[in-house]
Write a protein that binds this ligand. Structure first.
Ligand code: ATP
Ligand code: MG
Length: 209
């Protein structure tokens, strides 16, 4: 199965995430994109104390209308630190084959700081989405010595083992969860930045006030 794994804190999920994931799904002809909210991100503190269960509900509401999108509670249910290698291994066991790990250029640029970074590239293909404000440096710059395993391909890079890194230019939407949280805190409108269902839910539950 051609499957994508889209991890993040999703605090909250916004239209930048959703549109970018939809464009990647179409570009790579994925049959399913799993949205995997992280429990405690290992190198990023949650800006506010929003429990995993609430972020799961937010993402559930956001993906329910897209037949290709699915919520995965895997990392929240595992608890502890969320490591993408574990999630990818879990998806490989469950669905077989090599999944596509989907992330924004800003996240990709820091990937060497991730747990067992070099193993990530053995377990998954990578789809790196463009994001406003994030540069796309040379692969050597991002991966250091790891870059030696990759050679240039038409749409990105391919490793000796056949694992790919593909750069997908998506419609630039300069939306971030931090921006949404700021607007909510200031009592300002977030309409047209997040799905309506999410806006209703976080408003009625007063999650980011
Ligand atoms: P925060 O401001 O809290 O960091 P965020 O908007 O960056 O939130 P994350 O949950 O950190 O959201 O991001 C999850 C993944 O989605 C990351 O790989 C990130 O690069 C990507 N992403 C987030 N927003 C966009 C966007 N507007 N365009 C493209 N990719 C995005
Ligand atoms: Mg982020």
């Amino acid at each position: 199965m051609r499957i994508g794994i889209f991890g993040g804190t999703f605090n909250p999920v916004h239209l930048g995430h959703l549109r970018a994931a939809e464009e990647v799904r179409e570009a790579l002809d994925l049959e399913k994109v799993l949205f995997v909210p992280s429990y405690i991100p290992p190198h990023k503190e949650l800006a506010s104390d929003v429990p995993g269960s609430v972020r799961l509900e937010i993402v559930r509401l956001a993906v329910q209308s897209n037949p290709f999108f699915e919520l995965s509670p895997f990392e929240v249910e595992q608890g502890g630190n969320s490591y993408s290698v574990r999630t990818i291994e879990h998806v490989r066991q469950r669905y077989g084959g090599t999944p596509w790990f989907i992330l924004g250029q800003d996240a990709f640029n820091e990937i060497l700081t991730w747990f067992e970074a070099s193993r990530l590239f053995d377990l998954a293909h990578f789809a790196v989405m463009s994001r406003p404000g994030a540069e796309r440096p040379d692969l050597r710059h991002v991966l250091g010595e790891e870059a030696a395993r990759f050679r240039t391909a038409s749409d990105g890079y391919v490793s000796r083992e056949g694992n790919r890194i593909v750069f997908v230019h998506v419609t630039p939407l300069d939306i971030s969860s931090s921006k949404i949280r700021d607007l909510c805190r200031q009592g300002r409108s977030v309409t047209y930045l997040i799905p309506e269902e999410v806006e209703e839910y976080i408003g009625s539950e007063r999650i980011y006030e």
